[in-house]
Design a protein around this ligand. Structure first.
Ligand code: IMP
Ligand code: MG
Length: 202
């Protein structure tokens, strides 16, 4: 069997991915190797923190669809803990590349959070408005604890302090895709996180 590196095969910054609809892909912001290392580090920290809290009941990981699905699946495999995996889907009204802050729950959890230790797993905190809404919504269900693990935080733009317990990378203002993050539902399957170039930036 031939194996290929998951990181070395991508074209350099701003170059077209050959044979693909890659015209809009800009530079790699976080490589697959950096993602793997960070997810392992976060997994180890979360394991240490929650080991004493999961004797009675598993930790509940709540992934926010769709963007967090890749991060959550990798992170969960680095948790040496009993866990349950739940998903919520939210949709925020607004343009393709910015949130309005008005959030609607499209799919709710299948389980009761009362008295449970809950870790909300998010792909990216941009304005922080989605997270603010979700925190309030989940807190009403009276979990034993509620913390947040976000892979990316867009530097400096938060209108609300998200007070994250676990954070992967701070990134610049550019819109990014890959590793679960999309632009109009595309590019979620890219192994790296890359900037998305609008037509006038190409
Ligand atoms: P917030 O409410 O402004 O913090 O928006 C958070 C949500 O907007 C994220 O969970 C993503 O779904 C989406 N989002 C924000 N920035 C990006 C980006 O650069 N790429 C893809 N999705 C993004
Ligand atoms: Mg999201």
């Amino acid at each position: 069997m031939t194996t290929t590196s998951s990181t070395g095969d991508h074209p350099p910054a701003g170059r077209r991915a050959p044979g693909r609809a890659g015209d809009h892909l800009g530079q790699v912001i976080v490589s697959a190797n950096e993602l793997a290392a960070k997810v392992a580090e976060l997994g180890a920290r979360i394991t240490t923190d929650y080991a004493p809290l999961t004797d009675d009941a598993p930790l509940v990981l709540v992934g926010v669809l769709k963007g967090a699905f890749v991060f959550l699946s990798d992170l969960a495999r680095h948790l040496d803990l009993p866990v349950e995996i739940e998903f919520m889907a939210v949709s925020s009204y607004g343009s393709a590349t910015r949130t309005s802050g008005v959030v609607r729950i499209v799919k709710d959890l299948d389980t009761d959070l009362y008295g449970r230790h809950v870790l909300l797993v998010e792909d990216i905190i941009d304005s922080g408005l989605t997270l603010r809404y979700l925190r309030k919504n989940l807190a009403v269900r009276q979990p034993a604890s509620l913390e947040v693990c976000a892979l990316l935080v867009r530097d400096g733009l938060q209108r609300v302090d998200p007070s994250l317990k676990y954070e992967g990378f701070r990134i610049p203002p550019d819109f990014v895709v890959g590793y679960g993050l999309d632009h109009t539902e595309q590019y979620r399957n890219l192994p790296d996180i890359r900037t998305y170039l609008e037509s006038d930036q190409i």
